[in-house]
Each structure stands twice: as structure tokens, then as C-alpha cells.
Design a protein. Structure first.
Lengths: 245, 245
DNA sequence: TGGCCGCCTTGATCTCCATCAATCCGTTTG
DNA sequence: CAAACGGATTGATGGAGATCAAGGCGGCCA
């Protein structure tokens, strides 16, 4: 991975190489609000974690001791009902924060969709750092607010949109999410399975499959492979997403 | 529609006394993290607003110039699709914050369900105050985080629960929300109409009505009036809410 | 190379909830 | 007090999407 290359010599002269200072995800994360000196402080309480696809990050009900910042890859967070029904409440990418729950315990589970790297912090350490760095707290509040807006959009989707509208909305939204792989907007990478898409959109895999097939046969999208598609008619897809006619 | 109601005429007279210091909702709101001296500062940038039932607070798409803190009554916030489908994304009560959106424009609309009073702040004023009061910002972050957790619960409800499970969850959750009218947990006040419940739960009014009738005939709840009911069997309702058998 | 396995697609049928429609009931108004 | 009205309930029917079921396709490993 490019991010892990050795540093240029001028940086290497520091007491310790700040991994943060060369972090590929820094520009997209709350860390961007820290100056170089503070980054060193962040570095000292951060722990690097790598996860293979499918590995668990946090588990609903476990004591919430850690916070995470995704530096590469992608993560799903979800909640379960006792009988196994699953709702994926978010797909997260580089720069995204995981585990901002206030409660004693995590209120959701998190797993890597594909291989991922993360920064891990003890909640207590992080809280202390926040106290000293109001800009960091401001960035966190900003991010939480953005996520709230996204959550409201998702509620609209889950509560009131048809299957086709949900898929269309999803295909339009997803490419804007991963800053490390800036899809050219009409080229969409789907790192998750059909089952995960279904559990994110409140549908079944069969319905996801059928709707994608229909969008393909009507020429709105083109399926390049299982995990890659191209939006051929963005305007029509936008109309579909908003339920126009 | 008359949205621009004049402020209480005695508003100016009260300026010297901190209205905040006697605010009934203070204990439940972010203001509780301010000491008396700071409350005065808050007072100086706050404007009191009263709304009659049905009146509009903010409108999706309008420039986001104000923030609100509810001091009494209740508010619904919602999003619309072009064809009129509505998703109510939250019912808010005393102490709740409205309008924390980061964007230029409001991403949702807000209206009073029943007569309500609110504190209104210019976003710019509020931001400045936050800068000076880290405790306030911390309280805001806390609140935003709680709302995020609630939003995830609502996504689970909308994406994966049956009509009966949704109603049961709603009846269990609602009484915990309004601190000014602490329902005795098994006595539930429904300040909103069936139509609003439906739009909150992603159902139709007919389904809401039918499920309530069914819960009544099975003895789980008792309907005292249109807007008041009693939970007769809390345990069974909890089981239903979580989909246990 | 072939067989297995996981994931996806496609088809047939079913079901829950939406839709359409009629009535009820409490409140307001003339 | 009657009529009108808005919201709620109840009944009949329909449809979008779930469920059940049967291949298809590609990757992996013996």
C-alpha cells in the first residue's frame, strides 16, 4: 500500500514518525482540523488496526471502550432483531468515524466489508484530547450532524420509497461516499454483496437482483461485473430515485 | 397560513431577568451545561417564539439561519417526496434541539404538533457562543450522538419490522420522550394524529388503526380516548416490539 | 480438470399491507 | 338541533415485494 511507504527524510527527522501526518485518509477525516503539532498528540493515543474482509470491529452490546477512524477499506454497521433480521444502518469508508455512541455499550455492530485499516482510540483518551482541542470537537459535531442528515434521508427511503426508488437512490449516493476511490460518478463500485445491499435498503436479495436487472434492460445502467456498474442515464436514475412519474 | 406570529409583548421587559434561569425545559436541554453567568449570555441572543398547533417552524430548502430549542409542546420534523409522500423523521419535545443542519439550507421541515414555545437563535450567534463554551459544544455533541442512535433504531424499525412490531415499538418509546409530561410509562399520550403516526412508522392510517384495534382486542393495550391509551401488558408489548415469536 | 461452494439470477406463488370505499363519531357552525 | 366536517374505524380488494424453489455462473482447491 502506498500509504505505508517510508516518509521523506525531512519528516523522518521527527522524534517519531507521525503516521497521521502521512495518512491518506487524513484530509477526509476529523483529523484534518488538527495542526501538525497536535497530530503528534493524536498519534500517541492511536493504535493502528487492520481487518480482513468480514472481521468484526465492534459488537452490539459490548462495552464501548474504543472509537475508530477508518483509514482505508469499508465497513458496515448494523443492528439485529432477535430472530436474525438485520438492518444495515450504514456503509462507512475512509475518514468516517465509528463508535461515537454515548452509552455504556455499543448500540450496533460493525464489520469490515473488504480489507480495511483503522485508527483505534480508547474512548477516555479521545475524550481528553477533545477537551484540549475545540476544533476537533467542532469537526466531530459537524460530522455527527452530517450523519444525522444522512440518517433522515435513509428514513425517507426506508419508510416511503419503492424498491426501484431505493436502488436508484443507493446507486446515486454510494459513489459519493468513498473518498479514496472517487468513482467518476457514473462508474459505481459495489464492494458489498447483494445481501448487504438488501439489508441496507430494507429489501430482499431477490428484489435487489430483479430491480438491477430491470434497470439494466431499460438501459439506465450497465452491469460491468457483479461489483461494478456504470450509470448510463444519470438523469433518468435521478428521476426514478425521487419518484418522478 | 399565518406563520409569523408576533412575539409576546412583554418580551422586552423581561430582558433584565434571565428567562433562561427560570426555563422549565432547561434541565432537559443543552442549556443545563451552562452556569448562571453564561445563561445570561445565552439569553441575550435568544428570542422566544410561540407556535400554534400546525404552524411551521422551518421549511425544507429555506436558508438555515436559525436554530431552535423547544421549551414546551411538541414538534414534528419531516421530509417530502415530490409527489407528496411524507416521512416524519422525528417527534421532538421540550429540551430537544431543532435545526442542527450543517448545510446552507434546511434539509427538512418542522411544524408544531400542538401549541409550542421555543427559543430561537441566529446560527451565527450560536456558533460564536459555542466557541466560547466548550461544555455547550460537548452537550450538543452528546445530543447529536443520542439522536444518531435513535435514528439507527428507527432505520431498523422502518427497514425490518412488521406493522405490529412498529406500533409496539412506538408505544414503548413515545412516553420516554416528553420530559414535561412524564407519562407513567404505561399511560401513553398521543399528541399526534393517526396520519402522523403512520408517516412516522412508514405505514398508512388504516394499518395504524387496525393494529391498534388488534392490540386492544388482545388486551395488550386499552384505548382511553383517541389520544390517550394505557399499556395493560408491557411485557407482551415489549415482546411484540422485538418480534419474539 | 472437475466438482464443490457461495453468490446471484430467474420463475412461481403467497402474504402483508396499501388502496379503495363506506360508515362512525366527536366537534363545530349556522 | 341539524348539518357539515375532519379524523378514525372497519370492510373488500389488489398489488408490490416476500417467500419458496430451481438453476446459473464464477472461483477455488483437490
Amino acid at each position: 500500500m502506498l500509504e505505508l511507504r517510508s516518509l521523506p527524510t525531512d519528516c523522518a527527522q521527527r522524534r517519531q514518525d507521525s503516521v497521521c501526518s502521512t495518512c491518506g485518509a487524513r484530509a477526509f477525516s476529523v483529523c484534518s482540523s488538527l495542526d501538525p503539532a497536535d497530530l503528534a498528540g493524536l498519534d500517541s493515543i492511536a493504535e493502528r488496526v487492520s481487518l480482513k474482509a468480514g472481521e468484526s470491529l465492534i459488537r452490539e452490546g459490548d462495552p464501548a471502550v474504543h472509537l475508530f477512524n477508518i483509514t482505508s477499506g469499508s465497513v458496515r454497521i448494523y443492528k439485529l432483531l432477535p430472530d436474525g433480521r438485520r438492518q444495515i444502518t450504514g456503509f462507512l469508508f475512509a475518514g468516517d468515524f465509528v463508535g461515537l455512541a454515548t452509552g455504556q455499550d455499543y448500540a450496533f455492530s460493525g464489520e469490515a466489508i473488504e480489507d480495511a485499516t483503522l485508527c483505534r482510540f480508547r474512548k477516555t483518551d479521545y475524550r481528553a484530547l477533545i477537551r484540549e482541542r475545540p476544533l476537533l470537537e467542532e469537526a466531530l459535531l459537524d460530522r455527527a450532524t452530517h450523519e444525522l442528515a444522512a440518517a433522515q434521508n435513509q428514513m425517507l427511503l426506508l419508510g416511503r420509497k419503492t424498491a426501484q426508488e431505493r436502488i436508484a437512490s443507493f446507486l446515486l449516493d454510494l459513489p459519493t461516499r468513498d473518498p479514496l476511490r472517487p468513482s467518476t460518478e457514473d462508474q459505481v463500485r459495489l464492494p458489498m454483496t447483494r445481501s448487504e445491499i438488501a439489508d441496507y435498503l430494507g429489501l430482499t436479495i431477490e428484489t435487489v437482483s430483479r430491480v438491477l436487472t430491470k434497470l439494466k434492460t431499460t438501459g439506465v445502467i450497465r452491469l460491468l461485473s457483479l461489483n461494478e456498474l456504470r450509470i448510463e442515464q444519470p438523469d433518468r436514475l435521478r428521476d426514478i430515485a425521487e419518484g418522478e412519474v
